[in-house]
Design a protein around this ligand. Structure first.
Ligand code: ADP
Ligand code: ZN
Length: 603
């Protein structure tokens, strides 16, 4: 058997517990049964009983006298007093002299009675308990007290549980997850065709955006059991436990398939292994076990693993490679419409006044997560109770935004009004430059709520289809688009922000590649100045040219980006009122789709 070593500590604890129990048993329970039969009395009582001829048996020992009453129902004990006539009087009273009234137990019998019997009882109870536990946990190996049992909770048929409808907003996440629901409903359809579901899906997003809720909803919608465990729970207490917990969890899951296994905070075990000295052995073992389990089952056995994290970049690449958690579902902070819906979902549970304007509350709580919104509603209800009212008012909700958001402000990037306006212009700047160059919808959707990535706005680019080649003009246009954000900021506000850092990096990379690798500079022609050394891991490049050429390249890169920046600036100032109109729309609604964008542009 290839079982991992069982932890030693629990066994020692087990023995300790038995010893303690035995000692308690012998010092408390045994005397109660064996010795209460003897009652201590004073010598006077003894004499009175003798005079009344009420003595049955008597035994005179060295330092005490044991005797019984006439009916021999009770054994008494009294001390020795100098009393020469005692024997004569006793004889006269008709007492019988005995050598041994209270029989001593034989040593063997007493050992049996005091030690072996209780021991057997305890072991018996222990085994019964552990068998029961094991049955409950789905049956497993037969250790006495299997403390390594996974405490994965089994949520039986979640038909009364959470459904997608309970998760407000998050339409994109729900859409990607509905495929899983479909699969769990009828795996055979997929098997027939030979398609296999992804084994692992990573829900990525800031805390409190409803990742756990979504996972539960998938189980609820597909009506399958829901196993859940938190990453930090794996790595607790005893060494070796994490790995055995993972094993147990998967064993249970496979028995109950189809089912959902949900691992919260997967970054607690899935952090990059950096090989640092004194690294966390326990965590690595657990991670390895998880990887082994995931590789060990085929894609179609009906176990779908969902994991949640808010730090996807810190995950070990081994965890995110194909065949493991290869699908990623972003669960982002809700936009205006999403916030309004979440507020409404939670407001159903409380008493509301009629004139509450949710859209106004949602607007004020820009950047709040689902959990924060739920908290806002609850705070408002508490406020109403404090004031002795029986319904929540608009003022309650508005007040509690401040209480809740102020509490979270340090942790979350909540945009101020000014920032929000700048971000709106920045994002529209990108999109407008792109649209004017190609005259087609450049984006599917732009949203201005802070994102997991740290970006303040988010632009969902239109899929360009299979696009293996790009012309020189296309690359130039792309660079212009990258600079469009900054150009808009400068044009409208006359100042610039740090928001363009990522744009700058991308634009520079492209411009550099044009010159050094794609042969798109007249002066250099088709000469490679740079080679890609590491195509599969990040695509690092190394320079292959003289130093003087290097400074030439740098100058050309700068000039190229500058040229495109100027192009972007002039596009934007030519279309200044469209820029304003679009940015206002985005600022107001926080979201703009590609169609809305083109509609306003062509109005
Ligand atoms: P996460 O797992 O992403 O940290 P949870 O799923 O635990 O977040 O959400 C915490 C709470 O926030 C939920 O119990 C729910 O009350 C509320 N919540 C979060 N997102 C939503 C949403 N989209 N719709 C409704 N309630 C939400
Ligand atoms: Zn930008």
């Amino acid at each position: 058997m290839n079982e991992v070593k069982k932890p030693k500590k629990p066994l020692i604890y087990y023995y300790l517990i038995i010893m303690l129990a035995l000692i308690l048993f012998n010092s408390l329970v045994v005397p109660y049964f064996s010795q209460t039969k003897i009652t201590d009395v004073d010598y006077g009582t003894f004499m009175t009983m003798t005079e009344k001829h009420n003595i049955g048996k008597v035994e005179i020992q060295e330092n005490q006298i044991l005797f019984t009453d006439k009916k021999e129902t009770q054994v008494y004990r009294t001390g020795i007093v100098n009393d020469p006539d005692l024997i004569a009087r006793l004889h006269e009273s008709g007492a019988q002299f005995y050598g041994e009234i209270v029989e001593e137990m034989s040593p063997l019998l007493s050992i049996l009675l005091y030690w072996v019997l209780p021991l057997m009882i305890f072991i018996g109870i222990g085994q019964m308990l552990s068998r029961k536990l094991m049955e409950k946990a789905g049956g497993s190996n037969s250790m006495m007290f299997n403390m390594g049992k996974s405490n994965a909770k089994v949520y039986v048929k979640s038909s009364d549980g959470i459904k997608f409808a309970d998760v407000a907003g998050e339409d994109e996440a729900k859409e990607s997850l509905s495929e899983i629901v479909d699969y769990l409903h009828d795996p055979s359809r997929y098997e027939e065709i030979g398609a296999s579901m992804p084994k692992g899906i990573l829900l990525v997003g800031p805390p409190g955006t409803g990742k756990t809720m979504l996972a539960k909803a998938v189980a609820g919608e597909s009506n399958v059991p829901f196993f859940s465990m938190s990453g930090s729970e794996f790595v607790e207490m005893f060494v070796g436990m994490g790995a055995s917990k993972v094993r147990d969890l998967f064993k249970q899951a496979k028995e109950k398939a189809p089912c959902i296994v949900f691992i919260d905070e997967i970054d607690a075990i899935g952090k990059k292994r950096d090989g640092a000295i004194g690294g966390n052995d326990e965590r690595e073992q657990t991670l390895n076990q998880l990887l082994t389990e995931m590789d060990g089952f085929e894609g179609n056995n009906g176990v779908v693993i969902l994991a949640a994290t808010n730090r996807p970049e810190s995950l070990d690449p081994a965890l995110t490679r194909p065949g493991r958690f290869d699908r990623r579902v972003p669960v982002e902070l809700p936009d205006l419409k999403g916030r309004e819906e979440i507020l409404k979902v939670h407001a159903k549970k409380i008493n509301l006044e009629d004139n509450v304007d949710f859209s106004k509350v949602a607007r004020m709580a820009s950047g709040a997560s689902g959990a924060e919104l739920a908290n806002i509603v609850n705070e408002a209800a508490l406020r109403a109770v404090r004031d002795g009212r029986n319904a929540v008012t608009q003022a309650d909700l508005e007040e509690s935004i401040e209480t809740v958001i102020a509490g979270y402000q340090k942790k979350n990037a909540i945009l101020t009004d000014k920032e929000k306006r700048i971000v709106a212009y920045h994002e529209i700047g990108h999109a407008l430059v792109a649209a004017c160059q190609t005259d087609s919808a450049p984006v599917q959707k732009i949203t201005i709520v802070p994102r997991t990535s740290g970006a303040l706005g988010y632009t969902m680019q239109v899929e360009e289809g299979d696009h293996y080649m790009m012309s020189k003009e296309e690359i130039e246009n792309k660079i212009a688009t990258f600079t469009g954000g900054r150009a808009a900021e400068e044009l409208v506000f006359g100042s610039v922000t740090t928001g363009a850092a990522n744009d700058i990096e991308q634009a520079t990379k492209l411009a550099r590649a044009m010159i050094t690798r794609y042969g798109m500079n007249e002066e250099f022609g088709m000469v490679a100045m740079e080679t890609v050394t590491n195509q599969y891991l990040g695509g690092d490049t190394s320079l292959a040219c003289s130093e003087s050429t290097q400074s030439e390249i740098d100058k050309k890169v700068i000039a190229l980006v500058k040229e495109q920046y100027e192009k972007a600036s002039s596009i934007l100032s030519e279309n200044r009122h469209k820029l304003d109109e679009l940015a206002d729309f985005l600022y107001e609604k926080e979201t703009i789709t590609g169609e809305q964008f083109m509609e306003i542009l062509h109005r």
